[in-house]
Design a protein around this ligand. Structure first.
Ligand code: BJW
Ligand code: ZN
Length: 291
């Protein structure tokens, strides 16, 4: 059961001041107030597709043009978006505390753009701006591709967002069919000439980068983790969902959840004695907690 101070900002500040090793696990809710939709719940639909159904190797195999249009649109939106005060607060904590490590499931490049030191950031699910070859036998990749549009066939994804908020991006207007894009119109790998280029993100069923995982588990195992921040994630996707509990295994660890739904009774009931929970927009709550 939680302590009566589970949502006290001053009690949290006291805990933070005593914390040396700090881990953060972030998700799409952190970028929500930058205008980027989350995966589940409201906003999790792209046209009539579940965003999570497009984020699979099977979907890419079935219709690479459709999946590419989804990613080209998200690249365009992420390039238009700006990091918010939550990203900046985490980046500032990292500069202040070399023992702070941030793990983010977000692929939108907003942590790096907020100036988060790269050595204190692991992008668990890759990046929209990394491109790799989809052939399993080819390891070509381009770590930084910001082309927008990505290629001529995907230009509809990069049309300007409408100026008024009640207008819809032309690509999201489901009364107009999506253009079918054949694989021949998508960029192929410059190394093998064979595989299609694909976004350098981690789809369901694909493994996270092994060296990165080793480095994360090694960091956690090195010494007790004092504090874990779980920010804007539904914690449904593994292995990201498990890092907070792995961190607890080293001794007494406080887990602080920052999420719109953090203070719902069923979530509060799950807190351990030294845990915290703060309901609200991560872009508003994090700066208050980390100031
Ligand atoms: C706000 C807010 C605001 C809103 N402020 N908060 C063990 C058990 C069961 C299954 C598995 C397991 N181990 C592995 C699996 C399989 C699978 C998995 O986890 N499945 C589950 C769904 C059950 N995992 C994998 O396949 C992973 N690979 C792997 O483990 O390989 C080895 C292996 C394979 C198979 C079996 C066993 C082992 C890979 C996972 C890759 C996930 N990829 C995606 C797409 C990335 C590319 C892209 O961006 O398109 O990653 S799916 C999608 O979900 C995306 C996200 O990063 C990820 C997490 O979502 P997130 O960030 O939590 O977003 P939401 O929308 O879910 O939640 C938003 C939250 O924010 C909500 O809580 C809101 O309340 C909140 N919020 N506004 C604060 N303003
Ligand atoms: Zn290739």
């Amino acid at each position: 059961a939680p302590s009566p101070e589970y949502n006290s900002v001053s009690a949290f500040h006291a805990k933070l001041a005593r914390s040396k090793r700090i881990l953060a696990v972030c998700g799409a809710g952190l970028s929500a107030s930058s205008g980027l939709p989350t995966f589940r719940g409201a906003g999790g639909l792209w046209r009539n597709y579940e965003a999570t159904a497009l984020a699979t190797p099977e979907a890419f195999k079935e219709d690479p043009g459709l999946v590419w249009m989804f990613y080209a649109y998200r690249r365009h939106m992420a390039l238009q978006a700006k990091p918010n005060a939550g990203h900046y607060a985490l980046a500032a904590l990292a500069r202040k505390n070399p023992d702070f490590l941030c793990l983010s499931q977000n692929v939108d490049n907003l942590h790096p753009r907020a100036g988060h030191p790269p050595s204190q950031l692991h992008l668990l699910h890759g990046s929209l701006f990394k491109i790799k070859c989809s052939s399993p036998t080819c390891d070509w990749s381009d770590p930084a591709n910001f082309s927008d549009p990505f290629c001529p066939a995907l230009a509809p994804a990069s049309e300007d967002a409408p100026s008024s908020p009640d207008q819809i991006h032309p690509l999201l207007d489901t009364s107009k069919p999506l253009p079918h894009i054949p694989a021949s119109e998508l960029p192929h790998c410059p190394a093998c000439g064979n595989g299609l280029q694909r976004p350098g993100v981690v789809w369901f069923g694909e493994a996270l980068d092994e060296e990165m995982l080793d480095a994360i588990y090694e960091w956690i195992a090195k010494e007790k983790v004092d504090l874990v921040l779980v920010v804007g994630t539904s914690s449904l996707v593994w292995p990201a969902a498990g890092f907070a509990e792995v961190a607890r295994s080293k001794g007494e660890t406080s887990v602080v959840t920052v999420n719109l739904d953090a203070e719902r009774p069923e979530n509060v009931a799950k807190l351990k004695k030294k845990d915290f929970a703060f309901a609200g927009d991560a872009a508003e709550v994090l700066p208050r907690l980390l100031e």
